[in-house]
Ligand binder design. Structure first.
Ligand SMILES: *Cc1c(COP(=O)(O)O)cnc(C)c1O
Length: 378
């Protein structure tokens, strides 16, 4: 129950033992079509250009930024978490100039700050993180941000690695031009083939670049030869990961995307309620709480790594500590996909309570457990 990989669904594990066929085998082409349709369903988009990128979330992230940002472009990136920094590194390597919109770690971007940054810097591309895994914050009012960008003819790239399949995300309705994600967070799939979608506006920019994208492997104009109508060899697809992703996305469709968002809210809500009833604070303000990644303040007198070590040794339970500005200050508890179940949350609250109590924190474990059971309707 860390920030990913999350627990993989048994059906996905089973799909991974399917014998391999070639990446141009007619039966595999059907699998590719299924994956693309199911990705469109999960992203809530009609975008033709919807593919799994070979590699982890950072590969789909680099495919997005490395293709959309051209040398000399200005990209506006956020400073309110770890992954805005990674956007900056990638935009710089793509030859872009980077400017910032600021918010403290642990808070979302304010649309008036985004507007002011647009006034000042007139960026070509605006990137933001929909679900910041380093702080447990979800960015609200996405449509407001995309409106600001589109009024000034900029493209919007959204990091949806920790939101896709777990938190409300509507790519078309919110008018996001490019959204990328990863399989090992709310989709409960192993890392290896990472969702990416681009609308026509974004793809037009990619296909009319003056200079070729700097990465051959992630060049979308070439990848489209394989994932588009042509179905010609570019590189060998990670066949097993594509099988896994199809099964994981079928699970999303069977559950229903909105029901899945609601499950994450309810189950992670019981975790949050239990932690708070125990006397421990959440890091994110309630309005921006991210169900898929619960950032919990480390209580006074406790060393974060003593608690994570104890949980691993005594309970075989994995959670993470903080990153960057929040190093040593928070625990990061994932509640993603197949891990977002009543029984895992009950186990987590009980184990965390025990760990904190053993480390001498002033916590009321009984109150936490009882609040969690009530919230879970038990
Ligand atoms: C995990 C994550 C990434 C990077 O994904 P990898 O699979 O580790 O490459 C990018 N952005 C966010 C918000 C993430 O949580």
């Amino acid at each position: 129950m860390g920030p990913g990989p999350s627990e993989v669904h048994p059906r996905v594990l089973r799909a991974m033992s399917t014998p391999l066929v070639g990446h141009l085998d007619p039966s595999f082409i059907e699998v590719m079509n299924d994956v693309q349709d199911l990705l469109r369903y999960t992203f809530r988009t009609e975008n033709k250009w919807t593919i799994p990128v070979s590699g982890t979330g950072s590969a789909s992230m680099e495919a997005a930024i490395g293709n959309v940002v051209e040398p000399g472009d200005t990209m506006l990136v956020p400073t309110n978490g770890y992954f805005g920094g990674r956007m900056e590194s990638m935009a710089t390597r793509a030859g872009g100039d980077v400017v910032h919109v600021d918010a403290p770690w642990g808070e979302p971007l304010d649309s008036s700050d985004v507007e002011a940054a647009f006034e000042k810097h007139d960026p070509d591309v605006f990137g933001f993180v929909h679900a910041e895994t380093s702080t447990g914050v979800v960015q609200p009012d996405v449509s407001e941000l995309t409106d600001i960008a589109h009024d000034r003819d900029a493209l919007v790239i959204a990091d949806c690695v920790t939101s896709l399949g777990g938190v409300e995300l509507r790519v078309d309705e919110w008018d996001i031009d490019v959204a990328y994600s990863g399989p090992q967070k709310c989709l409960s799939c192993p890392p290896g083939a990472s969702p990416l979608t681009l609308n026509d506006r974004a793809m037009e920019k990619v296909l009319s670049r003056e200079e070729l994208a700097r990465s051959w492997y992630l060049d979308l104009s070439l990848l489209e030869g394989y994932w588009g109508d042509e179905r010609a060899y570019h590189h060998t697809a990670p066949i097993t990961n594509v099988y896994a992703l199809r099964e994981a996305l079928r699970l999303v469709a069977e559950e229903g995307i909105e029901a899945r968002w609601e499950r994450h809210r309810n189950v992670a809500g019981a975790l949050k309620t239990g932690v708070e009833a125990m006397g421990v604070e959440m890091n994110a303000p309630d309005d921006y709480w991210l169900p898929s990644l619960n950032a919990v303040r480390v209580p006074a007198g406790v060393t974060d790594t003593d608690v994570t070590d104890y949980l691993l040794e005594q309970y075989d339970l994995e959670i993470a500590t903080g990153l960057g500005d929040l190093d040593g200050e928070i625990f990061r508890i994932g509640c993603m996909g197949y891990s977002a179940r009543p029984e895992t949350v009950s186990y987590l609250v009980s184990a965390l309570g025990d760990a904190l109590e053993k480390q001498g924190a002033d916590v009321d474990v009984e109150a936490g457990l009882s609040a969690t059971s009530t919230a879970l309707g038990k």
